[in-house]
Design a protein around this ligand. Structure first.
Ligand SMILES: [Zn+2]
Length: 604
């Protein structure tokens, strides 16, 4: 029966509400002119934003981020880092202990909308402006801001004089318009984790004292002159830079993309930095091939910040590292270019789509660059980390907002390790080929569009022809674990066949691959799809068995001949939390002494 027209409208709206990319997004093009006063670590800035409200809603207020206000005693970042159960040692109580002349500050002196002054209210790391006249759907306005800032002593990411002696790491540093999307405004206070933002063009002029070298997002529009540096970047999420008088630059070219490496000369680590451009170019070539072509004209790897942090067309990393460590951090931050800077998922809501997917790609790239044996699963550390957490009783769902995990560890394992496993485990469900095809399709469809989990999973469905919504529902929105086991292996000599009895013990369903070894030394493999996949991509060399409805706790696989050994998931693609029941013959019953058990644990 056809729906009445009015109900059709509702049905369509409901469908759109579930689509993660709604077909529109905001646009904010920045022109900034900034003076850096190194004597007092001050910034004075004038920003013009051409803002187009592509949303279907009239906006009667605007929100901006003022990130530097996090670096003051009593800020939410300060309280959070002192009160969380497992404080990040990089922050801990450092903000609370900052002397006043090292505090950060971000203040907007004036905001004009199309030339008309608008009252603003500062509130921690946010600024709100109530508009006298709403910005209608499709309307473009010019926002003009006069602002000042005091750069904090480096605590996290931004700041002056980090522990490696880099003078200015300038990230999350300017008043930035908050994102407004189909979820509405995103006004998360800055407590130190993930970000979400609006794509736009940036034209940034920085006036620094003469002698400073500046690297960052964008291309130098003209040679730096008298301490004036002008950078332009098209269609980026953010703008970051770093300044230091002692930077030396090494560059290379990959196709249309220039790669620049900035570091302070240091005899102990110069050898690592000399080799970095070549490794970086090879890493970028690998990601271009794995995910899709990097579209920007440059990428800069800059010593600064703390640890490593990704920005569009640039990363700030600590630089006193051995070659492998320097390449490792560069590869991870560079992989973010695709997931954080180009696909630009809301990282606060779906941190695994940034950190996890980045970790997945980075693990593959490191195996490629350092030619690790193919027998080593590049994702093994992610599996081990996730499974430890999943069986600890402390796991929180992957769908938890990045800022709101109970522990730093819970966030870290979920976002990075479980997120990496989410992709790698698809090898067990749709196979490596469909996973790789789906990843390329995902980037091609959703670069510059802020996709969500459903968009990603739909690409995997298209690549495989299988139903996969259950996978996201379980793995992202629940903490159910996968645990399948062998409950019995019975040879029937009269019939000449073996019944292998399998059990679903964990809450999360998963297709099962079974490897069998027979008394005559021959082997076979069997693939048991889930019924709810509505099909199967059978792994090479495996026989397709009848499907397993997820409600059934048991399944019997009958094979001809006498099976003497059975192994579940022989490739190790499934994050099955209990390995002990995955292999027949079963391990000896626990009669061993405490000492023997301890020795065995050591060996494992
Ligand atoms: Zn990362």
């Amino acid at each position: 029966m056809a729906l009445p027209l009015a109900l059709w409208g509702l049905a369509l709206q409901a469908t759109n509400a579930f689509a993660q990319f709604p077909g529109w997004q905001q646009e904010a093009d920045y022109v900034m002119d900034v003076v850096l006063d190194t004597a007092r670590h001050g910034l004075e800035g004038h920003t013009t934003i051409a803002f187009t409200n592509h949303s279907p809603d009239a906006l009667d207020k605007l929100h901006f981020h003022l990130f530097f206000n996090a670096f003051r005693p009593g800020s939410m970042m300060d309280v959070r880092s002192r009160t969380i159960a497992d404080p990040d040692p990089r922050v801990g109580s450092r903000i609370a202990e900052l002397p006043e002349d090292e505090w950060g500050e971000s203040t907007v002196q004036s905001l004009r909308v199309n030339g008309t002054p608008v009252a603003v209210e500062h509130d921690g790391t946010l600024l709100t402006a109530e508009l006298t006249e709403a910005i209608g759907p499709g309307e473009q306005v010019t926002l003009a801001l006069d602002w000042t800032a005091v750069v904090p002593k480096q605590i996290r990411r931004s700041g002056w004089m980090n522990s490696e002696g880099v003078e200015y790491s300038m990230t999350q540093w300017y008043p930035k318009l908050c994102e407004y999307d189909h979820w509405g405004w995103h006004t998360d206070e800055y407590i130190g984790r993930e970000f979400h933002g609006i794509f736009g063009d940036y034209d940034v002029t920085i006036h620094a004292p003469e002698g400073y070298v500046i690297g960052g997002t964008g291309e130098l529009a003209a040679p730096a002159n008298d301490g004036t540096w002008r950078f332009e970047a098209e269609n980026v999420l953010d703008f970051a830079w770093a300044a230091d008088p002692d930077y030396v630059i090494a560059s290379t070219q990959l196709g249309e993309t220039a790669i620049h490496c900035y570091h302070q000369a240091d005899p102990e680590f110069d050898a690592s930095w000399e080799q970095l451009p070549d490794y970086a170019a090879r890493a970028m070539a690998f990601f271009n091939d794995l995910i899709g072509p990097y579209p920007y004209p440059q990428y800069s790897i800059i010593q600064g910040g703390d640890g490593g942090m990704e920005y569009p067309m640039a990363t700030l990393i600590t630089g006193k590292r051995t070659l492998r460590s320097l390449v490792g951090v560069t590869v991870h931050e560079m992989a973010h270019s695709w997931f954080q800077a180009l696909l630009a998922t809301n990282e606060s809501l779906y941190e695994f789509m940034d950190e996890g997917m980045t970790s997945y790609a980075a693990s593959l790239c490191m195996q490629h660059l350092f030619e690790s044996p193919e027998s080593d699963d590049p994702h093994r550390y992610a599996y081990a980390g996730y499974m430890r957490q999943a069986t600890s009783g402390a796991e929180e769902p992957l769908a938890t907002h990045a800022d709101h995990y109970t522990t730093n560890r819970g966030y870290g394992i979920a976002a990075y390790a479980k997120g990496e496993v989410l992709l790698a485990q698809l090898r067990a469900i749709i196979g490596e080929d469909a996973l790789r095809t789906g990843l390329k399709d995902y980037f091609a469809r959703y670069a510059f569009k802020h996709p969500g989990p459903i968009d990603f999973m739909r690409c995997m469905e298209r690549a495989s022809g299988l139903e996969l919504d259950w996978y996201i529902q379980y793995f992202v929105y629940s903490t159910h674990v996968v645990d399948y086991g062998i409950s019995g292996v019975d040879f029937d000599a009269a019939a000449g066949q073996t019944a292998i009895r399998l059990q679903k013990i964990g809450g999360m369903p998963m297709p099962t691959t079974v490897a069998v070894t027979y008394s005559d030394g021959s082997t076979s493999r069997h693939f048991i799809p889930l019924r709810m996949m509505r099909g199967a991509i059978v792994p090479e060399g495996a026989a397709l068995e009848s499907d397993w409805p997820w409600v059934n706790p048991e399944y019997t696989l009958v094979v001809p001949g006498e099976a003497v050994a059975v192994d579940l998931d022989p490739d190790g693609y499934v994050a099955d939390v209990d390995d002990a029941n995955d292999h027949y013959p079963f391990p000896e019953p626990e009669k061993s002494t405490k000492k023997e058990r301890k020795q065995r644990r050591k060996k494992n």
